[in-house]
Design a protein around this ligand. Structure first.
Ligand SMILES: NC(=O)c1ccc[n+]([C@@H]2O[C@H](COP(=O)([O-])OP(=O)(O)OC[C@H]3O[C@@H](n4cnc5c(N)ncnc54)[C@H](OP(=O)(O)O)[C@@H]3O)[C@@H](O)[C@H]2O)c1
Length: 331
């Protein structure tokens, strides 16, 4: 089958389009004819051998797909050949065929396109459980979202609004902030020209934010410590800045802060029932028009290098998606 082939751990530039054997399908899995696949920063790490999952060479990267089920293991219930689905995979998403655990595979609404579905699971899954269950965000609270025009950040803006919070978005530059505003942010901070702490205090009558969603780390995290209320909560989601924050315990103590780490990729295996419940609510919100996946760039699978550099150069907002040949023909 045609696939994006990683034959050496030398990063995105060394990826090539080629042929790989179709993957074996173990018990508990389904086979999917891939139409579209979401591109993540993690894919660039996996292609460089720097991700926690390091598959045997050669392999196809790609962590989330959308397409049709073409085959089902005999022990799988509740899914059928021909179902339109989205799924998370350990790797192998940038290929014409992928196999996914049935528990990681979700039937999508008829009104959801494969492009929307391909970039849906990771970012919406992370922000929904992260905000609702880990951060315990309440209606009426003020939520500060960093990286608010990026993949996970933009879904945190939407979901924060859906949960009834007032959302303050931070991003670099007017264009990115305009996207966050379109997706519901109540207030905007351009961290390139504005001081996050001062602006948050000004926007909250001096109180600070009740909760923070942080996929950026670095100086954004440091600002969050000072921009939160007493008893505030900070959700650590990622380190897009490249700097893993060192947490000063004295500030935690003095402000009674709670800092929570969240890694959805591991949590979805640990608690599939919660993930099921989470996707049920998200897909109901999608059908009700409450959330609307934002995909700023769509490429052919052959253009995977360009797709990855769009993310690495911070040109994307929301998600970047690649289409297989059949996905492109049908789109
Ligand atoms: N914990 C989890 O389960 C989970 C799930 C998904 C993703 N993540 C992690 O969350 C982070 C963000 O993922 P994403 O999919 O939202 O990525 P993304 O779409 O690339 O967005 C990241 C955002 O971070 C900001 N940023 C600040 N400094 C940056 C830098 N030096 N390089 C690149 N971006 C920078 C950018 O916004 P500005 O240009 O506005 O600054 C960008 O919009 C990554 O570290 C990812 O691995 C974690």
């Amino acid at each position: 089958m045609r696939a994006v082939v990683c034959s050496k751990f030398e990063g995105p530039d060394a990826l090539q389009i080629g042929d790989l054997p179709a993957p074996d399908m173990p018990a508990g899995y389904v086979r999917i004819a891939v139409r579209a696949a979401g591109v993540n920063f993690a894919d660039t790490l996996m292609a460089a051998g720097k991700y926690q999952v390091k598959p045997q060479l050669p392999f196809a990267p790609g962590l989330e797909v959308a397409g049709f089920i073409t085959e089902i293991s005999s022990d799988v219930n509740g899914l059928a050949v021909g179902d339109r689905v989205m799924a998370c995979v350990d790797y192998g998403g940038f290929a014409e065929e992928a196999v996914a655990r049935a528990s990681d595979t979700y039937v999508i609404p008829d009104s959801m396109t494969f492009v929307e579905a391909a970039g849906f699971p990771i970012v919406y899954g992370t922000s929904h459980i992260g905000l609702k269950h880990k951060l315990n965000l309440q209606a009426g609270e003020t939520l500060l979202v960093h990286g608010a025009a990026g993949g996970v950040g933009l879904t945190a803006v939407e979901i924060g609004k859906a949960l009834g919070a007032k959302v303050i978005a931070t991003a670099g530059g007017a264009e990115k902030l305009a996207v966050a505003e379109r997706y519901g942010a109540d207030a905007l901070i351009d961290y390139r020209t504005e001081d996050i702490r001062e602006r948050v205090k000004a926007l909250t009558d001096g109180r600070g934010a009740d909760a923070v969603y942080d996929p950026v780390g670095g100086s954004a995290f440091d600002a969050s410590l000072r921009a939160t209320v007493q008893l505030g909560r900070i959700l650590v989601v990622g380190f897009a800045s490249g700097t893993v924050p060192q947490i000063p315990a004295n500030i935690l103590l003095v402000k009674n802060l709670t800092i929570i780490g969240y890694y959805w990729g591991a949590h979805r295996i640990l608690d599939p029932a919660l993930v099921n419940e989470s996707f049920a609510e998200l897909l109901a919100w999608f059908e009700a028009g409450k959330i609307k996946p934002h995909v700023s760039h769509v490429f052919a699978m052959d253009e995977i290098g360009e797709a990855m550099s769009t993310i690495l150069q911070r040109k994307s907002t929301g998600k970047v998606v690649v289409l297989t040949e059949s996905g492109a023909q049908e789109a």
